[in-house]
Write a protein that binds this ligand. Structure first.
Ligand SMILES: [Cu+2]
Length: 197
């Protein structure tokens, strides 16, 4: 057997191993409909209750402050997640939230960080006492089956264990009816949310 043949054989073995079914749950996709196109993005679509009672925290999320803006605008996390806040501006910033658990990071400067662990589910607005135009949101959820809608209002949540779920939507200003769906192993379930007041 030549070395080329051996290599080809190995390639075949690798392909067969890769092709074997290894479904890791199903997919939830869909879109958000809104009269104003710009309202379709930055909504959080999420599974209300996952199959477990507890989930590990979301992996090391950061929220930066740059050019007097919080980046990103919306950060969904699993309950119990610690978010690290950064300041990349040459000016000092404050972060506080009047919502839920309420916290106030005081003022911190470029290069300094502040960490906060979100213990209760809910949406928290983030504000800065020094710059009233600054706003962002942290949406604290029970489980990691969530997605943020893109510019065109579409979203995709992969790896959801099979089962019956209620899918909900969070939006800065709008609401939408929760949707019931069934997720199957390897299947794709579609949901459409219509935004209203
Ligand atoms: Cu600020």
């Amino acid at each position: 057997m030549t070395s080329t043949m051996i290599r080809s054989l190995w390639l075949c073995v690798a392909l067969v191993v890769n092709a074997s079914p290894s479904w890791a749950g199903g997919t939830i996709t869909g879109s958000v409909l809104a009269k104003q196109a710009k309202q379709r993005k930055n909504a959080v679509v999420y599974v209300e209750r996952g199959k477990n009672d507890r989930y590990p925290p979301s992996p090391a999320p950061h929220i930066d402050q740059k050019n007097q803006e919080f980046i990103p605008f919306v950060t969904p996390v699993v309950k119990g997640t610690t978010i690290e806040f950064l300041n990349s501006d040459n000016t000092g910033h404050n972060i506080f939230t009047p919502d839920g658990e309420k916290f106030d990071a005081g003022v911190f400067n470029k290069g300094e960080t502040y960490k906060y662990t979100f213990k209760s589910e809910g949406a928290y607005s983030l504000l800065c006492k020094l710059h009233p135009s600054m706003i962002a949101y942290v949406v604290v959820l029970q489980n990691p089956h969530f997605a943020i809608t893109s510019e065109d209002g579409t979203f995709r949540i992969d790896g959801v264990p099979p089962g019956d779920y209620t899918v909900k939507l969070w939006h800065e200003r709008k609401t939408a009816e929760p949707q019931k769906i069934v997720v199957t192993d390897g299947g794709t379930s579609s949901v459409t949310f219509e935004l209203h007041k």
